[in-house]
Write a protein that binds this ligand. Structure first.
Ligand code: NAX
Length: 357
């Protein structure tokens, strides 16, 4: 018997893309002070180069970089800074790093909260909420004291929605509209699945929505989504796929990556952070919306104050929740389930908070 060849070539469906999105980068030259927390971690390592090369805030925006991590990660962070120096990025005006949020958040225009305690095997959700609740409690207070009152915040660390809620609660002098959490990776995953299924370019797919929690209860909704301006439901014409397989694929994509790659999503997360901040800063295109976790104002029956992923339009570093979208009974139930989970997380977090105070 002949030896089997060990090198296999696997065929995977290919995603198509048209010309990159045209964005107006003609904003006047300015400087933003941006802090990245968890900067010595994996996502930080993928995201920081995007921030420094202009992919996030454009090639007209200079960056004053602040990098925060815990004391035990400072040596690694120092190595990251050495590499940053070696990149000689023209947009980077200065780099400071450290383990004290009160020093790193001073005068910040933007803070990206990637740092947090990861869920370890066998760890209860409550334990995760307790540790991260403590981190975001302290960082919220530091933000309130030293950041600009206009600072824009993006929370990535999990549980992202509830961490964001705690952060916002402890920074009452900063408008609640300035706090968001990341569900753009979920949106990008959903868009990619629809593009593959319809053999379309990713740039042809728009207005897929992620409702609710960045967790397995999130609701990826295609009822308002279009491919080349035609309804996704009409084009795919398969409710079993759209209501079961598609939703489950997106909800469980993070776990699939861990299982196949042997590690969690890293550069796709960094890319989603870039997309979230870029759209928030430069604005969304006419007729398009994106999903962001934001503080609920009660829209779509979600309790006020929960950090909930909604469809939003953006302009000039502000957002508006898209109003008036019709919800069928299936969607209403899915939104109820993810809302319920967020209410439970908030209630648990508030109990823990009361113990911390
Ligand atoms: P890593 O463990 O590689 O990095 C985390 C970094 O945070 C470490 O360097 C750690 O020292 C630091 N850190 C811990 N506590 C800190 C504190 N109090 N202040 C500052 N830094 C602190 O994890 P990585 O793969 O980079 O993931 C980071 C976070 O993103 C995790 O919480 C992860 O669950 C979350 N994710 C969220 C996603 C989303 O869509 N919202 C998707 C990707 C990712 O899973």
């Amino acid at each position: 018997m002949k030896n089997q060849k060990s090198n296999q070539i696997k065929e995977t469906p290919t995603l198509k893309a048209l010309a990159p999105k045209q964005i107006d980068e003609e904003k006047a030259s300015k400087t933003l002070r941006v802090c990245v927390t968890g900067a010595a971690g994996q996502i930080g390592y993928s995201f920081i180069p995007l921030l420094c090369n202009g992919a996030v805030f454009g090639t007209n925006t200079k960056i004053q970089l602040r990098l925060l991590d815990v004391p035990s990660a400072i040596k690694t962070l120092e190595g990251v800074v050495l590499e940053l120096q070696d990149c000689a990025y023209p947009l980077v005006e200065e780099i400071k790093f450290g383990d004290n949020p009160r020093e790193m958040f001073v005068g910040c225009d933007v803070v990206v909260f990637i740092g947090g305690f990861p869920r370890k095997q066998g760890m209860e959700r409550k334990e995760l909420l307790t540790i991260n609740g403590g981190i975001f409690h302290d960082q919220g207070k530091a933000l309130d004291e030293v950041a600009k009152k206009t600072v824009k915040c993006l929370v990535v660390a999990n549980p992202a929605n509830t961490n964001c809620l705690i952060l916002q609660k402890h920074a009452p002098s900063i408008p609640k509209e300035n706090f968001t959490c990341l569900t753009r990776l979920d949106q990008n995953r959903a868009v990619a699945q629809i593009a593959l299924k319809t053999d379309a370019a990713v740039t042809d797919v728009k207005n897929v929505i992620i409702w609710g929690n960045h967790s397995a209860t999130q609701y990826p909704d295609v009822n308002h989504a279009k491919v080349r301006n035609e309804s996704v439901r009409n084009i795919i014409n398969d409710d079993v796929y759209l209501n079961l397989d598609f939703i489950s694929k997106v909800q469980k994509r993070g776990a699939e990556i861990i299982q196949v790659r042997g590690g969690s999503s890293v550069f796709s997360a960094a890319n989603a952070i870039k997309d979230h901040l870029r759209d928030w800063y430069f604005g969304t295109k006419e007729g398009s919306f994106v999903s962001m976790g934001v503080v609920s104002d009660g829209s779509y029956g979600v309790p006020e104050g929960l950090v909930f992923s909604y469809p939003v339009t953006c302009e000039d570093f502000s957002y508006k929740i898209v109003q008036g979208l019709s919800l069928d009974p299936f969607s209403t139930e899915k939104i109820r389930i993810t809302t319920q989970e967020l209410v439970e997380e908030r209630n648990e977090a508030l109990v823990i908070e009361a113990e911390l105070e």
